[in-house]
Design a protein around this ligand. Structure first.
Ligand code: FAD
Length: 343
């Protein structure tokens, strides 16, 4: 039997959860504090496992129509020498399909178009307790500063800055090179995003202003200085890298509340897994809920926690570790180690 659910947050995790619950026949209310879907954000890498989850949610074809394959990415030094290749070929060989990239707004559009219930905007949830009284299931998909987590899961997970900000943007041409370029204490990324455009991000120490960026990356290989001088700093977006630490002991509470995505395990973006893990959470949660029905919510939530918590927290740990490794000032040692990776 189906029940009534409220999903707090209309990001990737919340919209994907709402889709899964609607497919299981649940009545779903989606609340978001914003006035509309935020139409900014970088290109998200979607791994084949998350693509398969999107297929199971019935949105795989719509997603692929807006996505581009990511097949050739290298790690380079600032003067352009290749240190290693990203494991994209291996991923494709093993999964039988490539990693795909999609811009955050397009992914949100795809998910929202698949929903047959509207999002209720300008609903800033501050205390999830009353929602739990009014619905069979409460899903906290409200991002890194989750109010659902804060009110119902205690204070164990803290939002921590990692000392790095990322300036992100989109260049109106296709770069011939993709991947990441690692310098001392800073790095620059270039990925496809859609035909004719290139997604870029510059990760620098927290105190860096947009005005310092051109000098910090002067002399780096093409097209990095060209991108920074050719785009308007007013169009760059500042994205602060943060994560949740320590990891939560559970993603579920009281047999009727579950956290998904950043609310459960916000991570630094270094492994490009923030959106993937949110999609995998949403699909696993709604699959368990559909299987057990409203009368079996406690076992459904336990099954979800068992399937996703350790796995997502391992990814978050890996991403944080990679962040420390990449942004080190000891770049000589780092580069020597990276050269040992299989190409
Ligand atoms: C505007 C925006 C831009 C982003 N850009 C990037 C990017 O460029 N690169 C990157 O790696 N990651 C970015 N992220 C994070 C990335 O989207 C997530 O890591 C990933 O997609 C997991 O999504 P999520 O659904 O768990 O959380 P989020 O995408 O953060 O979505 C959470 C949603 O919950 C809503 N919300 C929050 N608090 C409340 C509340 N109290 N009541 C009601 N609603 C609430 C928010 O408005 C938001 O829509 C961005 C997130 C946002 C919100």
């Amino acid at each position: 039997m189906a029940g009534s659910a409220v999903v707090v947050g209309a990001g990737v995790g919340g919209l994907a959860t709402a889709i899964g619950l609607r497919r299981a026949g649940w009545r779903v209310t989606i609340l978001d504090r914003r006035a509309e879907l935020e139409r900014y954000g970088t290109a998200f890498g979607i791994h084949p496992t998350a693509q398969a989850a999107l297929d199971r949610l019935g949105v795989g074809d719509a997603f692929r129509a807006r996505a581009v394959p990511y097949r050739d990415g290298r790690i380079r030094t600032p003067d352009g020498r290749v240190l290693a290749s990203l494991p994209l070929e291996r991923i494709e060989r093993r999964a039988g399909r490539p990693e795909l990239l999609i811009s955050r707004p397009y992914l949100l559009d795809v998910l929202q178009a698949a929903l047959d219930v509207p999002v209720t905007y300008l609903e800033n949830v501050s205390d999830a307790t009353s929602l739990a009284g009014a619905h069979d299931l409460v899903v906290g998909a409200d991002g890194i500063n989750s109010a659902v987590r804060a009110t119902l899961f205690g204070s164990r997970g803290e939002v921590r800055r990692v000392g790095t900000v990322t300036w992100i943007g989109v260049a109106d041409f296709e770069s011939a090179v993709h991947g990441e370029t690692w310098g001392r204490g800073r790095f620059f990324g270039l990925t496809p995003i859609e035909p004719g455009r290139t997604n870029w991000y510059a990760a620098v120490p927290e105190a860096t202003d947009a005005g310092d960026l051109r000098a910090l990356f002067a002399g780096w290989h093409d097209p990095i200085p060209r991108i920074l001088s050719g785009t308007d700093p007013d169009s760059w977006i500042r994205y602060e890298m943060r994560h949740l630490f320590p990891a939560l002991p559970t993603f579920v509470h009281g047999g009727k509340v579950a956290l998904v995505g950043d609310a459960a395990h916000a991570m630094t973006p270094n492994l490009g897994q923030g959106a993937c893990t949110a999609i995998l959470d949403a699909e696993a949660l709604t699959r368990a809920v559909a299987r057990h029905g409203v009368s079996g919510l406690p076992p459904a939530l336990r099954a979800y926690d068992a399937e996703r918590r350790r796995s997502a927290q391992r990814v978050a740990f890996g991403s944080r570790t990679l962040h420390r490794f990449v942004r080190t000032e000891r770049s000589g040692l780092r580069d020597s180690l990276v050269r040992l990776l299989p190409s």
